[in-house]
Design a protein around this ligand. Structure first.
Ligand SMILES: [Zn+2]
Length: 78
């Protein structure tokens, strides 16, 4: 009798940051582009938006990807 059967799957586990989690960079970028399009529509229709996501980052807590509105650390404003 085998007791095997508790497969460890990370894919459905949320993140301690409580942010929306994406499995890989491509998925996060896709969501970022969608969010930025919504932001543009918000600004066009109401003059402002709550969607401030500007980049993706890899999360060490969950090995997934998230969106953030924080500028990249060390980014130099030209
Ligand atoms: Zn995470």
């Amino acid at each position: 009798m085998s007791a095997r059967g508790h497969a460890h799957r990370h894919s459905d586990v949320g993140c301690i940051t409580r942010k929306r989690r994406f499995r890989d960079h491509q998925e996060a970028v896709h969501a970022l582009h969608g969010a930025q399009q919504f932001a543009r529509l918000d600004i066009e229709s109401s003059g402002s938006t709550k969607r401030a996501e500007c980049r993706t980052y890899e999360c060490y807590a969950c090995n997934g990807w998230h969106l953030t509105s924080q500028p990249a650390p060390g980014a130099v404003a030209a």
